[in-house]
Design a protein around this ligand. Structure first.
Ligand SMILES: *Cc1c(COP(=O)(O)O)cnc(C)c1O
Length: 485
């Protein structure tokens, strides 16, 4: 008894008293408010060391909260890409809605178990309501269902596994199965194929047209040829908003093809999907509603913090068949109408993810989300035109909110390599680069809900200044080298 009581005394330190909780939440609030308020003037990218953090050890005794918050402030939140910032326009930026953070605090503090309806009908209802809403955004029928995941990679994995299980692909037939995508497919699809054993299938990289979209004529021809060879065309993975350029594959035409050959049509719309909500952009996604499965990332274009993806499957039975394993010790939980999230993916215990989407959507209403999405499309178009008019070489007009540009007349990419380095050293706005058909391009991805006209004008100013710097340095150094020779 004595030992139990001793242990209890120490263990109770895990529940801070009311006064301590009050201090910690007050300091946290101050910290977050300062962080959010400074975002408009903070750089998009900063270098710095994280030495104090690296030398930290987990010890027997606790450390003061102020000390831990100080390390977060100086060595975590101030070093690297500021991904909560509207000045992050590299890769695919994320969101970070403050109201979602509030929801996370609530979800974690009450710790409802959101895996099984029996345990928390409300938490499961919130998640399932979000899934039903997302399915309606895509244009899916009521028989559709899905799963809220940690992100697009896991969402794609769940979809790919559902395809494999639906067609009964196994060691005996995998080598005859054929999967089609383009070189612009996100690498998480390759990972998903690996993890599901489908990398053993025949993988066809379908060429893209001059707009970086899947060439459907070649797709059709390839499927015909594969059928003639006795192979089994199984799956087309289209992308609605490629990571590199924001290109949307011809969804409606791909839907025709998949229908004709009875193939599975999967769309990776992790980045692009939510633009279907932007006024005037719906028609770009025509055919999405005909797909068999689709992936979207609320932590990108719904502006939710990291840790939010979604997979939707047209026929919920396919999803359930691929994920449902009834364990004996869980028999109390059966027999309810609601679909259990645990039956729709690999996770059993899970974060109460629905709340971080449900709270902001209900609190703000849809209108500001739609406006922000339409604004992103227009800002990207504005950036693209201004960059072109300022003498940059530009790629095709953006399908969505990614524009690519480069310093022209640079066949070996050397100037653009210097250019991207200079942009990273500058850091006011963070941009990233990509290589398409051996040309190095700089990308401007307008995704954050905190990116407005002011941030785009800053980006334009920054790229012009750094271009001029690179060109004048390039000129000087080549003159000097010529002189030395
Ligand atoms: C971001 C992205 C992914 C990967 O999603 P994560 O949420 O980073 O796992 C997949 N596909 C596309 C098109 C993406 O833009």
């Amino acid at each position: 008894m004595k030992k139990i009581q001793e242990l209890e005394k120490i263990a109770r330190q895990l529940e801070p008293d009311m006064e301590t909780r009050h201090h910690i939440s007050r300091d946290t609030n101050t910290y977050i408010n300062n962080f959010v308020d400074s975002l408009p003037v903070s750089p998009g990218y900063t270098t710095g060391n994280i030495n104090r953090l690296k030398s930290m050890k987990v010890g027997e005794e606790g450390k003061p909260f102020e000390q831990l918050l100080d390390i977060l402030g100086n060595e975590v939140d101030a070093v690297g890409i500021n991904s909560a910032s509207g000045r992050h326009m590299g890769y695919i930026p994320g969101g970070g809605l403050w109201t979602s953070a509030v929801a996370d605090m609530l979800a974690a503090a009450v710790n409802r178990y959101a895996g099984i309806a029996y345990s928390s009908p409300g938490a499961v209802e919130i998640g399932n309501q979000m899934i039903r809403w997302l399915a309606s955004v895509v244009g899916y029928p009521e028989a559709a269902h899905g799963n809220l995941t940690s992100g697009g990679s896991v969402a794609n994995l769940i979809a790919i596994k559902a395809v494999r299980d639906h067609y009964g692909i196994n060691a005996s037939n995998v080598e005859r199965s054929v999967i089609y995508f383009t070189e612009q497919v996100h690498h998480c699809i390759h990972k998903a194929l690996h993890m599901t054993g489908l990398y053993e299938a025949v993988l066809r990289s379908v060429p893209v047209d001059e707009n970086y979209r899947m060439d459907v004529k070649i797709l059709r021809k390839q499927i015909e040829e594969d059928r003639h060879m006795g192979l089994n065309p199984l799956l087309v993975v289209a992308t609605a908003g490629t990571t590199d350029t924001g290109a949307i594959d011809p969804l409606d035409k791909i839907a025709d093809i998949c229908e004709k050959y009875q193939m599975w049509f999967h769309i990776d719309a992790a980045y692009g999907g939510f633009f279907v909500l932007a006024e005037g952009a719906e028609n770009r996604f025509k055919g999405m509603e005909r797909s068999d499965s689709v992936v979207m990332d609320p932590h990108k274009t719904l502006f939710i913090p990291y840790g939010s993806g979604v997979v939707l499957v047209r026929d919920r039975n396919t999803l359930l068949a691929s994920n449902s394993h009834k364990a004996a010790y869980m028999k109390d939980a059966y027999g309810l109408d609601e679909i259990d999230p645990a039956d729709c993916g690999p996770e059993l215990s899970r974060h109460f993810r629905g709340l971080r989407m449900w709270l902001p959507l209900h609190l703000h209403g849809l209108a500001p989300f739609k406006a922000a999405l339409e604004e992103k499309l227009m800002l990207c178009r504005y950036f693209y035109e201004k960059a072109r008019d300022s003498g940059f070489e530009t790629g095709k007009a953006p399908d969505l909110s990614v524009a690519v540009f480069r310093i022209p007349d640079d066949p070996d990419n050397s100037r653009n390599k210097k250019f991207i380095r200079a942009l990273h050293e500058d850091g006011r706005v963070f941009l990233s680069s990509t290589t398409i058909r051996e040309k190095l391009w700089i990308r401007c991805a307008v995704v954050s809900f905190r990116t407005h006209l002011q941030e785009i004008d800053l980006a334009l100013e920054m790229i012009k200044e750094n271009r001029d710097k690179v060109l004048s340095e390039g000129g000087r150094s080549s003159v000097r080298i010529a002189g030395e020779n």
